[in-house]
Ligand binder design. Structure first.
Ligand SMILES: C[S@@+](CC[C@H](N)C(=O)[O-])C[C@H]1O[C@@H](n2cnc3c(N)ncnc32)[C@H](O)[C@@H]1O
Length: 298
């Protein structure tokens, strides 16, 4: 891991007005035009089905980073599983949606991505003034690193209060055209699964006992048959000792992958959901036998 600080970002911004993620150009704003800093009519999700037809455009959130998650997802996770002043990790942060929500909600944060260009997008999205009237709000410390989710060597064990992360779905959407070594989006499903075990192990190491890991994962289809990547990721995470707390179905509204082009042409269903799993690391000395159906059962 290597920290990318404000000065490096400001220097980058001086000479670059955009970055290219795979084949999509993402503009870096010199100054953001922000219409609102929070969602209007926000209500915390209370069931295991989440659906956000309007993905959310408050603060600096934009849908133009490939496959980025709707800010409603980290907002819900942060409000349910963390407190103000906690330290939150997103080790595959992409455009930094989780970090922007941490800034708005007063959580300290660490963001990591394998692609240095992603860090510049994330830092750019965090680059807006924010001084809420809320007396309890303390400006959080937000750090960004270029690094590999499988080896978080600069994060000490048991220091993180919540992990909210969103890996590539194996190779469905490529992020760096194999340009960046270690990019999990260049892997086939089998290799991706083995590498996700390492991501789960690092998550287990850095998370404090009794704290949560939330991970969003989607599936794919090949030769007209379903490939449940989510099940592989579920098994990888349970393998490391986590307990499953929630399996949330997240409805997908705008699918930019090839799936969209198949509409009406084949006799199979379009995949329109993802799984948001929430796991809990057992507390210190906690007996897990009573959770025997929510832990590794094989
Ligand atoms: C689905 S995107 C995350 C999008 C993010 N939630 C957002 O809202 O912008 C997955 C990210 O994982 C990153 N990634 C791929 N392999 C990685 C690895 N080994 N370590 C850290 N990040 C990785 C990619 O560069 C990409 O930015």
């Amino acid at each position: 891991m290597r920290e990318i600080k404000r000065l490096e970002y400001r220097t980058f911004l001086k000479y670059n007005s955009e970055v290219t993620i795979e084949n999509v150009k993402v503009k870096l704003a010199r100054e953001h035009k922000i219409k609102k800093l929070a969602p209007t009519d926000f209500q915390r999700e209370t069931t295991t089905v989440w659906s956000f037809p309007n993905r959310g455009d408050w603060a600096t959130h934009k849908g133009n980073y490939r496959g980025n998650w709707s800010p409603y997802i980290p907002r819900n996770i942060l409000l349910r599983y963390s407190e103000k002043g906690d330290l939150v990790l997103d080790q595959m942060m992409g455009s930094g949606t989780t970090l922007v929500e941490c800034k708005l909600l007063g959580r300290n944060a660490i963001g990591v991505d394998i692609n240095p260009d992603a860090i510049m997008v994330a830092r750019n999205r965090l680059d807006f003034p924010y001084k809420p009237l809320d007396e309890e709000y303390r400006e959080p410390e937000i750090k960004t690193y270029v690094g590999d989710a499988r080896n978080l060597n600069l994060i000490k064990s048991e220091t993180i209060d919540l992990i909210a992360t969103h890996p590539p779905y194996a190779g469905i959407i490529s992020y760096t055209k194999n340009r960046v070594e270690g990019d999990l989006s260049s892997l086939n499903v089998s290799d991706f699964t083995s590498e996700m075990i390492k991501v789960a192990e690092e998550s287990f190491r850095v998370l404090k006992p009794d704290k949560h890991l939330a991970i969003l994962i989607g599936d794919t289809r090949k030769h007209k048959h379903y490939i449940p990547i989510n099940v592989r990721v579920l098994e990888a995470v349970l393998e490391t000792g986590f307990i499953l707390r929630e399996d949330i179905i997240k409805q997908q509204w705008r699918m930019k992958s090839t799936r969209e082009r198949w509409r009406g042409k084949y006799n199979f269903l379009l995949i329109a959901h993802e799984h948001l799993y929430v796991f809990r690391k057992p507390g210190k000395g906690e007996k897990t036998t009573k959770f025997k159906h929510s832990i590794k059962w094989w």
